[in-house]
Ligand binder design. Structure first.
Ligand SMILES: Nc1ncnc2c1ncn2[C@@H]1O[C@H](COP(=O)(O)OP(=O)(O)OP(=O)(O)O)[C@@H](O)[C@H]1O
Length: 409
């Protein structure tokens, strides 16, 4: 997989007033940064604000990459450097636009215009719609600079309005829509230009929790079809864990950990991240592959893999690792592959993939009253019983898991 955007040792400093001494103060601030001085030291001695320091990141094509951190940690500063709204003080940012690699360190104005028009679009927290324009005319805004024929423009716009479920609202004014609907218009406006990268700056923060949750689901659904590279800023760890393929945690302008949601949850790199994680919702963050007990450890002398979850479960696998028979306390027991939206039969063990979320596992377990098996391409790789679910749900259980994996690594 090639990168969509790459940050190499990026520092972004804000000089404040553009007086004659600004350049000298900037040089001094960079030297102080190199000497390990803190943000507060640097603002005290030079008046310069460090927005981002030594940021190294590679965002892959087609992933949702989340920048997460508390207010002032530098998320927006990093995001805005990707469309040239913030100037890089040192280091390099490269953006892939088709076959071209664009250096964002100091792009000529024409390159920047082309990039903003074609390669990078942004969705804002406060929607930024024009209230006097209709919904359709707001979405057209993204295409107006392209000199498209009106009929072609209308077809693209309506296709996107349809995708975000607002085609019926096309002739209403933006001000007549609810917050959630307005943000769907913002999303359609950003996507109608078919950008390589979509930047989303706290897009759902202004919405109430139910609508926010719904829009997160819709974004994930949309992403499955459009497969865009999305860089998403949030200060909410649950949101980051739910929607991010990978997450960068920021503090004081620096990236302190980058990883998949489960890396962040199960292996926090610092006490600071661990403190965040202690308050998160594991149901939408932990996947079957991380919480299962691996099958390898469960083989008994009779050749079956035995797993105890109140009762003894014996898994009989063929040479390729597929389940051919399951016994519960010695009696043959049924198993099945759960289907989305279909209630699992009670008493039948469900077989899921490693990608299933803890919330799905809990639901399957509740419906079947049986442990859950995990398969990778048909090969059984692990089991999830009550103990594994409780471990994943509780902070203490997750800490045990961390200690055990650290001990076995
Ligand atoms: N244009 C600017 N001029 C001066 N300082 C700035 C500017 N933009 C950001 N900063 C400073 O850079 C630091 C990082 O700000 P940034 O907005 O990136 O943080 P954030 O993590 O996105 O926070 P929030 O969630 O509150 O938006 C802050 O100290 C902020 O005051």
């Amino acid at each position: 997989m090639s990168f969509a955007a790459k940050f190499e040792a990026v520092d972004i400093l804000f000089p404040g007033s553009a007086d004659r001494g600004a350049r000298g103060r900037m040089t001094m601030a960079l030297a102080e940064l190199d000497a390990g001085k803190t943000r507060n030291d640097i603002i005290g001695s030079t008046g310069i604000v460090v927005g981002a320091a030594d940021v190294n990141l590679e965002v892959e094509q087609g992933e949702i990459f989340v920048l997460m951190g508390l207010s002032g940690s530098g998320k927006t500063t990093v995001l805005r450097a990707l469309n040239g709204l913030n100037t890089i003080s040192r280091g390099r940012i490269t953006i892939r636009h088709g076959d071209e690699l664009v250096d964002m360190s100091n792009p000529p104005p024409a390159t920047l215009r082309r990039l903003r028009n074609q390669a990078v679009s942004m969705v804002f927290q406060q929607f930024a719609l024009l209230p006097w324009r209709t919904v359709r005319r707001n979405v057209e805004l993204g295409l107006e600079l392209r000199k498209m024929k009106p009929a072609e423009m209308r077809a693209s716009v309506d296709q996107w309005l349809d995708r975000v479920g607002l085609l019926q609202w096309a002739d209403k004014h933006a001000s007549e829509l609810s917050g959630g609907m307005q943000q769907r218009v913002g999303l359609a406006r950003a996507l109608v230009t078919n950008p390589d990268i979509l930047l989303m700056d706290e897009p759902f923060s202004a919405l109430d929790p139910l609508i926010r949750n719904k829009l997160q689901d819709e974004l994930l659904q949309l992403q499955r079809t459009v497969q865009k590279t999305i860089i998403f800023v949030t200060h909410d760890l649950d949101e980051a864990l739910k929607i991010g393929n990978r997450i960068a945690i920021m503090k004081d302008g620096r990236v302190i950990q980058v990883g998949k949601p489960e890396d962040i949850v199960l292996r926090p790199a610092t006490d600071y991240v661990a403190e965040f994680v202690a308050h998160m919702n594991p149901l939408t963050a932990i996947r079957a592959a991380s919480l299962m007990r691996p099958i390898g450890a469960l083989r008994a002398p009779d050749g079956a893999h035995h797993f105890n979850d109140n009762q003894d479960y014996a898994l009989h696998l063929d040479n390729s690792g597929q389940l051919i028979a399951l016994h519960r306390d010695g009696a043959a027991a049924p198993f099945h592959q759960p289907q989305p939206g279909v209630r699992c039969p009670q008493g039948s063990t469900g077989i899921v993939t490693g990608q299933h979320l803890l919330k799905d596992i809990v639901e399957i377990r509740q419906q079947t009253t049986r442990p859950v098996l995990v398969a990778d391409n048909g090969r059984i790789v692990g089991c999830i019983g009550t103990t594994e679910i409780l471990d994943a749900l509780t902070q203490a259980g997750r800490a045990d898991y961390r200690d055990n994996t650290a001990a076995t690594n």
